[in-house]
Ligand binder design. Structure first.
Ligand code: HEM
Length: 245
């Protein structure tokens, strides 16, 4: 009986002090939303390759994004569903990362994390800074190519009254500025490091322990990051070289 009471009290204490949401739940949120972002950025990169087909190719793709599913789905329905999914994922990803970071700090107390060296340790240390930079670049990107405020003054062409979109012209006008082209290249490098490390830790956090499985997973992540950086960063570079004009 006394033992039962002690066990009950222990159980209550554990429940009372267990953090909510649990660290595992937060890591799961990071993983699921991370996969959503990686899938989006990868598919977006494939869409961006339409630039090689010239203005008609990119513009009609941008148009299609607004019309896809119509009349079953309203105009821009899929686009808005995507925007809402990305926004909710962003809030969850950033929120979970901030809680995990604060918990880590509290758990370490006044003890500093042991400095480890090597590329992976460096990538791990830069995750928070990388996340903040990616967010900053995303704001510039949306102002630049979606809202159109940051595109070279006078060069941004809003959609025509009949809905014709000038995605190609706006993209070339934007990337014609060397500083903006450089911003995009740096952004892609930061994203590549973030994806590469985030992808690896995802397997670890979700309990994948097999050495072989983790090696295959890490290679896949590195290939995805490389495809994203090459597919995207080449576009501003080729605009600067005058190949895309
Ligand atoms: C060099 C790389 C990139 C290029 C050339 C590019 C190009 C574009 C273009 C042309 C648009 C406007 C499309 C339209 O109006 O239909 C756009 C929109 C957008 N891009 Fe990118 N993008 C790049 C990288 C990225 C990355 C890495 C992300 C995410 C981290 C991203 C997120 C978005 C979002 C959220 C939109 C807005 C979609 C919307 O709500 O209409 N882009 N991008």
């Amino acid at each position: 009986m006394v033992q039962d009471m002690t066990a009950l009290r222990e159980g209550q204490r554990t429940r009372a002090t267990a953090p909510f949401p649990s660290t595992f739940a937060l890591k799961l949120v990071m993983a699921v939303t991370g996969v959503i972002f990686i899938a989006f950025v990868f598919v977006h990169m494939i869409g961006n390759l339409k630039v090689y087909g010239g203005p008609a190719s990119l513009d009609s793709y941008a148009q299609w994004l607004r019309e896809v599913g119509y009349p079953l789905i309203p105009h821009k329905g899929v686009l808005w569903a995507l925007r809402v999914t990305l926004l909710v994922s962003l809030v969850a990803h950033v929120g979970a990362s901030v809680i995990l970071w604060a918990r880590g700090r509290r758990a370490r107390g006044r003890f500093r994390r042991r400095r480890s060296s090597g590329v992976t340790a460096w990538a791990a240390r830069t995750m928070l800074l990388g996340g903040v930079l990616i967010l900053g670049f995303l704001v510039i990107h949306l102002l630049d190519l979606t809202i159109g405020r940051a595109v070279a003054p006078g060069a941004y062409q809003p959609a025509d009254a009949d809905g014709t979109i000038h995605a190609y012209t706006n993209l070339v006008a934007s990337f014609s500025r060397p500083w903006m082209a450089a911003v995009y290249v740096v952004w892609m490098l930061v994203i590549a490091v973030h994806i590469w490390h985030g992808w690896r830790t995802m397997a670890q956090d979700l309990g994948a322990t097999g050495h072989r499985l983790r090696a295959v997973w890490a290679t896949l992540g590195a290939l995805i990051a490389l495809a994203i950086v090459l597919g995207n960063a080449l576009i501003p570079i080729l605009v600067q070289l005058g190949v895309i004009a």
